[in-house]
Design a protein around this ligand. Structure first.
Ligand SMILES: Nc1nc2c(c(=O)[nH]1)N[C@H]1C(S)=C(S)[C@@H](COP(=O)(O)O)O[C@H]1N2
Ligand SMILES: [Mo]
Length: 320
């Protein structure tokens, strides 16, 4: 039987996997999860730095072959051959070939804006300073397909703490590399390059939010966003911006490339929500790459328990 394709079996499945997950966490994990669920997490006041914005991270044991729901990892081959990276091409299976010789070293990331300690870090410095850990996350593309990927990454919070956001900082703005000579897709004038994304400060500090430098135990390949990319697992994949060169703390909500290109289709939040359809298709189901039938999509991509508190009181239909 195919799991999770009929909506009516989802609650049972979810309940069972959560129970297993909580059991796996052990006593300390349970109290952290319960605490977080009871806590009120209003939107941050300017500059207030959250120290613990979520429940325990639902990553199974490092080296596991499944996510915490028991869903199998997507094969390495699929993860490196089926990509969205419009700077190269809009043809998913063409990205890997076009990105093959893309130079990702040397590489610098400028971190600035409303911070006490702006800094420019080389990718080597980033790797030295921030030890990575494995995080197995589901990734759900807004187009209706998904994968389960074992990332190597570190909490974005660690890097933000080091640059010390000022009290005016309310959002984080990310920018990808702009280099039309090396990135053929950037000659396509339909898109307002460079690729830009943004997070609210509390989303950026959330423990699930990582900067990834590897997957499946290897350094990222160019097609997956080498040398460093964002991964925000409860949001549609397009928020997880690749090949980052600039991170700015800002006071106003950043306008992403997708908001600018199609504001009626892509909002700032882009939280996975099976109840809010894309204007051109349903978001109720998804195809897991490697599987044939579709499965039900989950609220916040299955990370509801971890993130629901940061959106309390918000109309998620309006703030899509
Ligand atoms: N700079 C940049 N980042 C990007 C994209 C892109 O085109 N350019 N595509 C996004 C989309 S739509 C998805 S689904 C994911 C895909 O990540 P993957 O190819 O590593 O699976 O990257 C996101 N990050
Ligand atoms: Mo996507």
């Amino acid at each position: 039987m195919t799991r999770n394709t009929a909506p009516e079996i989802t609650p049972e499945k979810l309940y069972t996997s959560r129970r297993e997950f909580i059991r796996a966490l052990g006593v300390a994990g349970v109290s952290a999860a319960v605490l977080a669920a009871c806590q009120e997490k209003p939107f941050l006041q300017g500059g207030e730095i959250p120290t613990d914005t979520g429940a325990a991270v639902p990553s199974p044991q490092a080296g596991s072959t499944t996510d915490e729901f028991g869903d199998t990892l997507t094969s390495y081959d699929d993860v490196i051959r089926y990509n969205n990276y419009y700077e190269f091409t809009t043809d998913k299976e063409g990205v890997a070939r076009l990105a093959k010789n893309f130079q990702t070293s040397p590489w610098e990331v400028q971190i600035g804006g409303l911070v006490e300690k702006p800094s420019t870090l080389s990718i080597d410095e980033i790797r030295r300073r921030y030890p990575t850990e494995e995080r197995i996350y589901r990734m759900r593309c807004v187009e209706g397909w998904s994968m389960v990927i074992p990332w190597q990454g570190f909490p974005l919070a660690a890097l933000l703490e080091d640059v010390q956001p000022t009290s005016d900082a309310k959002y984080v703005r990310f920018e990808s590399i702009f280099d039309p000579k090396e990135l053929p897709g950037q000659k396509n004038k339909y898109f307002p390059w460079p690729y830009v994304e943004g997070l609210r400060l509390d989303e950026a500090y959330h423990d699930l939010t990582i900067l990834a430098t590897g997957l499946y135990g290897k350094d990222l390949l160019p097609q997956n966003g080498a040398p460093v990319r964002l991964v925000v697992p409860w949001k549609y994949g397009f928020k997880s911006i690749k090949s980052i060169t600039k991170i700015d703390l800002v006071s106003e909500m950043p306008v992403s490339l997708w908001m600018e290109s199609a504001p009626n289709e892509y909002g700032f939040y882009a939280n996975v929500n099976p109840e809010v359809d894309h204007p051109r298709w349903s978001q109720a189901t998804e195809r897991r790459i490697g599987e044939l039938s579709r499965r039900a999509s989950l609220m916040f991509n299955g990370y509801e328990q971890e993130v629901t508190n940061i959106y309390e009181g918000m109309d998620l239909t309006k703030n899509f």
